[in-house]
Design a protein around this ligand. Structure first.
Ligand code: BGC
Length: 567
């Protein structure tokens, strides 16, 4: 309909004009032209007009024709402008796509940079942006754990409380219950006390509803595994100071302090008697949860609101470790890869803007390219540029498009997963997120393509990160790295199966992200090696993993040690 508009106006104007010409022509000529009914009406009228009126009608016709032609000119020029705007949008898209490109050559540089930074982070405190934090977990669950354990999982906009009754090798997880509580937005910026008191209250309610089938083992006190999904300098298995908040949290007074003390004081205040036996990062919880079921799990990754990775490292490679070497000879390292940076990472104006406007500028560079908290906003920023420079959504710029975080990554994933011919899910999200309506299919296709570019970059970078860790522990098929078989000795080694336990909503719910990640990992590892590397979704593994670590680090039961197959 819209594409025929100027043509229709031209035609109409032309018809009006010809009609006028017909009035002036001989009846025979007129007759020839009066075949179609539209052409018929006006001249017929003019024939019956009183003398002198003919000229008026003719003048009128000319005027109408002129207006119609002018209208057509306006529409045509609008079309030309639209075409120009579309070309500008496509140029912006092209430029953005180039800036985000992750060819395998670049991914290899990123893998190598990741390995270099891992070494540097293990060598000295502050030696790298990769913090490489020793977790004090030298004991992973074996399946022998028994008794009742609680877990508290705090790390995003929700936290979970969980209880689990463990029955040893035979009984395994006899029974478990959990509840999810959303954290009121204002608490993310409140004081540390307020945040922890809220959490302790919810935990106390949950404990009070402990029903049948849950009982402590022997004289065991209630014990808690605390999953705290932020960078923490552990000082023991059950204490550690917060390095800095991430993922939008800014609660005052916590950085630099022992977070377990905050929790214990809050629990005491609400009269909850419970001992924190393990403080773990969510990656470490996921690793423990994964290892409980599968002893090939060596690495755990979170791809959700934030992102991070941990893995089992040989303790003697951790040069900055001052304590005694653990008996197991191994230690789980929380890499905090969200803060990884390398000049090889593809960064654009959208990323720079996002970083500058964030609560932690200059920090969590990798996380800002890869994770669920940020990808939607990167898409929004590119759309905003198109709105400003190419009026992609017309004038004025839709106000909500200018507000940070109005487009979430679930929104982006919904648009990117749109398989309808007219991209109606894209249209729906544009309406829901920005109140933008009446978009053309071309505009919707452009939006879809931006989602694809951002998702492809994030997925491929995460894939490269995983290969970086595999390379560091010698499981990437190159035969190097601290955990490789026959390391330092000139013997060939049989490839081993390595399982990467994965958790997080981004990986779980965003199919295309998963596909890009897997494709990049396979490209980097090669078909053969990739057969031995399995990325396994370990849904909500971090909560139960924390409970298991509370069990395996409990002062009461027998400690089980991490197997030493890595060395
Ligand atoms: C935090 C990590 C955490 C990750 C995933 C990041 O922002 O720094 O500690 O593991 O998010 O939750």
């Amino acid at each position: 309909m819209r594409t025929n508009e100027p043509f229709a106006l031209w035609t109409w104007g032309f018809k009006v004009f010809c009609t006028f010409v017909c009035v002036k022509k001989s009846p025979s000529q007129r007759h020839r032209q009066h075949k179609s009914p539209e052409w018929f009406s006006l001249p017929k009228m003019s024939q019956n007009l009183p003398k002198g009126m003919g000229k008026t009608v003719a003048g009128l016709a000319v005027a109408v024709a002129a207006v119609a032609c002018a209208g057509a000119v306006v529409i045509v020029s609008r079309r030309i402008r639209e075409r120009g705007q579309r070309a500008k949008c496509l140029a912006i898209l092209d430029e953005f796509r180039n800036l985000c490109a992750t060819p395998v050559s670049r991914l290899r540089q990123i893998v190598d940079a990741m390995v270099v930074e891992m070494h540097a982070g293990l060598a000295t405190e502050g030696g790298s942006r990769l913090k490489m934090l020793p977790s004090f977990v030298d004991v992973l669950p074996t399946g022998d754990e028994k008794g009742l354990y609680y877990a508290l999982d705090l790390g995003g906009t929700n936290f979970r409380v969980l209880r689990v009754q463990l029955g040893g090798k035979e009984g395994r997880v006899i029974k478990q219950e959990y509840e999810e509580v959303s954290i009121p937005h204002k608490l993310m910026a409140a004081s540390g006390q307020e945040l922890f008191e809220f959490i302790a209250k919810e935990l106390a309610h949950f404990v009070n509803r402990e029903g049948d089938g849950f009982r402590p083992h022997g004289n065991q006190k209630r014990e808690l595994g605390f999953t705290f999904s932020f960078p923490v300098n552990q000082t023991s298995i059950n204490s550690g100071t917060l390095v800095q908040w991430t993922k939008g949290f800014t609660c005052d007074g916590v950085p630099g302090k022992n977070v377990v003390q905050f929790l214990e004081e809050a629990m005491e205040k609400v009269g909850l008697k419970m001992r924190v036996t393990a403080l773990v990062n969510d990656t470490v919880g996921t690793l423990a949860g994964g290892r409980y079921w599968n002893e090939d799990v060596m690495v755990a990754i979170i791809l959700g609101t934030g992102t991070n990775a941990c893995y089992v490292e040989r303790a003697d490679t951790i040069n900055k470790w001052n304590g005694l070497l653990p008996k197991s000879g191994t230690m789980v390292i929380n890499t905090e890869w969200g803060n990884f940076w390398s000049s090889h990472l593809p960064k654009t104006y959208a990323d720079e803007g996002l970083d500058a406007d964030s609560v932690n500028p200059g920090e969590q560079g990798f996380e800002k390219l890869v994770s669920g908290m940020y990808m939607g906003d990167i898409v929004r920023r590119v759309l905003l540029k198109m709105a400003q420079e190419a009026e992609i959504f017309g004038k004025p710029i839709p106000p909500k498009l200018m507000q940070p975080y109005t487009l979430s990554t679930p929104h982006m994933s919904k648009m990117h997963g749109d398989e309808t011919r007219d991209l109606r899910n894209v249209a729906k999200v544009l309406k829901d997120a920005f109140n933008i309506t009446n978009t053309s299919l071309t505009v919707r296709k452009i939006v879809y393509m931006i989602c694809d570019v951002v998702c492809e970059r994030g997925g491929r970078l995460a894939g490269a990160g995983i290969v970086g860790i595999l390379k560091k522990i010698g499981r990437d098929g190159t035969g190097t790295g601290s955990g490789s078989w026959g390391q330092g000795k000139n013997i060939s080694c049989k490839p081993r199966r390595t399982v990467v336990a994965m958790d997080g909503g981004l990986y779980e719910h965003y199919a295309k992200f998963r596909e890009y990640l897997q494709a990049a990992a396979t490209e980097l590892l090669g078909e053969e090696v990739s057969k031995n590397v399995v990325i396994e979704l370990s849904k909500d593994g971090s909560g139960i993993g924390a409970a298991l670590l509370a069990a395996s680090h409990s002062p009461s039961p027998t400690r089980n040690t991490v197997d030493s197959t890595i060395a």
